[in-house]
Write a protein of this length. Sequence first.
Lengths: 357, 114
Amino acid sequence: MASDCTTDTEFLKKLTVLYVEDDDSARAVGSTLVSRYCGEVLTARNGSEGLNKYRTHQPHIVITDVDMPIMDGLAMAEEIRKEDRTVPIIVASAYEQLHLLKRAIEVGVDTYLAKPFTRTSLSDTLVECARRLRGESERRHGEKRLLDTICEAFRKLFCIVELCPSALVIANSNGIIEFTNRSFCTLTGYGADEFVGKSIAELNSRAGLPALCHDISATIAAGGIWQGEIYSRRKDGASYWEYTVISPLCDESGRVASYMITLEDITVKKQLTGILLPTAVEDPTGRLAGGLVHKLDNVLSVINGYGALLKLAPELAEESQEYVKMILTASAQASTLTHDLLLYCKSARGQLPGLLK
Amino acid sequence: MTERVLFNKDEMLENMDNDTEFMESILEDSMVALVSYLDNLQALFARDDRGGIHILAHTMKGVAANISAPALRDVCLKIEDASHGGDFETAREQLPELAEVITLTVAAIKNSVR
């Protein structure tokens, strides 16, 4: 129930009360008075009937007499308490029955109301119950709002991680992979769940380098960051170079809670440094072209990465979204140009590929 | 008998949220019920229905409390306590007084709300 009321009395007006009393006269008086403070009053003539009505209607407050035929009020209260630890239960009885107070406390009754009610004693007791229920309602709403905020933050984070241009893998503290993002699938050709449940060592053994795996395991077991180049293999068997960083993520106590692994395809860079450099050394034009392509590639990585993140921003205006789309399209075209330029640099004959003509 | 309060109208009106109409409807029902309860109680004593006596005395005490009739409530309480303790002879001895107090209380109520 939403607690949008400014006072406990207003809140009480929205509540349903179950009033259990075997005496017709007392029930008529009690229920009429209660109805002046509460939203709805349900009545029952004994504990058994009261329990049934409680189960059917789930009232917010229960007021019950003690001495009743079939099932007394305390036995009913005991049964209700087994099913609901929070619903306020008020026992209404005569002063002569105060000796029942001990048993009432034992069964979890909240408060005791002496009969016959006075207007003040009844309204004070009901308002006190409403105050408690309102507080609980507001606490629950606060918790829900917090949970919604956390869920929304997680949803955004998940989108960012999922659509991040870098290949990402998350593993638990035992090194068991729990998540791989979309870019990982694009890079490796493996499905999103194919590595989930497997170890980091298995991830890095695609290239079949057991000695390297041992080095990785030893480093991360010591809490260190492992990074290095791996000549890896896609699912279809094609080889490529990847730059891998395995970072431990620690909890508040400093213990490793999980690992984040980023994988970057560095095949092009390796080709530039490993193949073009010898050419560049021999040819100043090739050196210049290789350097330009390398720098341009770095700039494009930044544009592509931040462009993709900007696209996810929910507050981005429609017009701005169009601009971001155009930036990303232009950036993709520029990436194609760098690849063509790379081919040109690699070409001993210096022939221009299609796009550069 | 004259020192005892038979009916406290102000107290009852206060307890009934100062709703005169509501108070009068409760009084009307209660007066009919009390007379009927007295007949039933006498019948229970005649049958020696001890469980029934205790329950009915308790109910009558509740009605008396609801209508702010302390003298009647006190007599009902004596019967309830005595029957609860198994002393049905003492409980039975209260019957004439109960009948008298009911008659006086009804008269006091009628006089008060007239």
